[in-house]
Design a protein around this ligand. Structure first.
Ligand code: ATP
Length: 313
């Protein structure tokens, strides 16, 4: 699986308080596409990630973390732009605040020249997110070029809508994704995200969203958070409940979910088994802090399923 997108340095606070007063922050990294690449790699799928970072210690940190997870890294180092940065704090015990410093980042300058020759052509899956086209015009062009190459080579195209409102509105995202939607073989999103791509269908009408966006040969998958997930494939609707887990941090659940779904698909499992694994991965990602650190390995997945079989809820 090949993916491309921005990964930022992530500075986060474990304690409650405003950034105006906190004495310290932990350093980590995070980005939807690299989170997914790590999640898939942990499940045994060879993965590659294409991006750019600045010529700075945070860029080195980003590359080192992703490489250390066994993901193949194709990352240009840009001396003229910084690595993007995300600050996560907890102003109160029940609220999380995220501040981005990513405008003009190295990854926002992604261009088709950053796509290595042959990589997309040799992959079984190209995975994209709706974050990339909102980063910049050149990042948007890169996404289009990547899809063109995938389509020409017969590589499956997977897209997680992943709308980031700070980067752009729903209508703008729908317009940009509309340019590639016809080539998408696996479309994943939450109700609000799929509704942005299905004009006239309200986000509460899950069946309507799935049927409106389905095409021959395309699977549409709806992430429903604590309510699990649904998928429409080959005209058949599948629904699967979420696992009951002690939730600590839901960020990254969606990326782990897609990693689970894609890994099962690449193993040739049917849609019900893909959804079951995806829900298990999403649930496990909720049980640990961090955007990707909780993405499970096969043994952790088995332990969750075995525990539930022994103690059904
Ligand atoms: P994020 O952007 O925060 O990574 P998302 O909004 O893309 O997440 P969600 O729908 O929140 O995606 O979660 C993805 C999947 O993770 C769900 O479909 C479900 O399988 C699992 N999940 C999420 N929240 C919970 C929860 N509270 N309990 C159990 N499973 C959950």
């Amino acid at each position: 699986m090949v993916t491309l997108g921005e990964t930022m340095a992530l500075m986060r606070s474990a304690v409650v308080g405003s950034l105006a007063h906190l004495p310290g922050l932990d350093v980590a990294v995070g980005g939807a596409e690299s989170n997914l690449a790590i999640g898939l790699r942990r499940l045994g799928v060879p993965t590659a990630w294409i991006s750019r970072v600045g010529d700075d210690p945070l860029g080195e940190r980003v590359m080192r973390e992703i490489l250390a997870e066994g993901v193949e890294v194709h990352c240009a180092i840009d001396p003229s732009r910084p690595t993007g940065l995300m600050l996560k704090s907890r102003p109160t015990a029940t609220t999380t605040r995220v501040d981005y410093y990513r405008a003009g980042s190295a990854a926002s300058a992604l261009s088709p020249a950053d796509l290595p020759d042959g990589l997309i052509e040799q992959a079984r899956v190209l995975h994209l997110s709706g974050i990339t086209p909102l980063l910049s015009r050149s990042a948007h062009t890169t996404m289009l070029a990547a899809v063109q190459r995938a389509v020409a080579a017969g590589t499956t195209v997977s897209l997680d809508v992943n709308h980031r409102a700070r980067l752009g509105g729903r209508d703008e995202l729908a317009r940009l994704l509309g340019e590639v939607l016809e080539y998408v073989d696996l479309l994943v999103g939450g109700p609000e995200e799929l509704a942005a791509l299905a004009p006239g269908v309200v986000e509460d009408d899950h069946r309507g969203l799935l049927t409106t966006l389905a095409r021959e040969g395309r699977q549409v998958v709806l992430k429903r958070g604590a309510d699990g997930a649904a998928a429409l494939a080959d005209g058949e609707l599948h629904e699967a409940p979420a696992h009951r887990v002690a939730v600590l941090d839901t960020v990254g659940a969606g990326d782990a979910f897609v990693a689970g779904y894609l890994s099962a698909q690449l193993e040739g499992l049917d849609v019900a088994a893909r959804l079951a694994r995806a829900n298990a991965c999403g649930a496990l990602a909720c049980t640990t802090p961090g955007d990707w650190e909780g993405a499970p390995r096969p043994a952790e997945l088995e332990a969750l399923l075995a525990g539930e079989a022994a103690d059904p809820v």
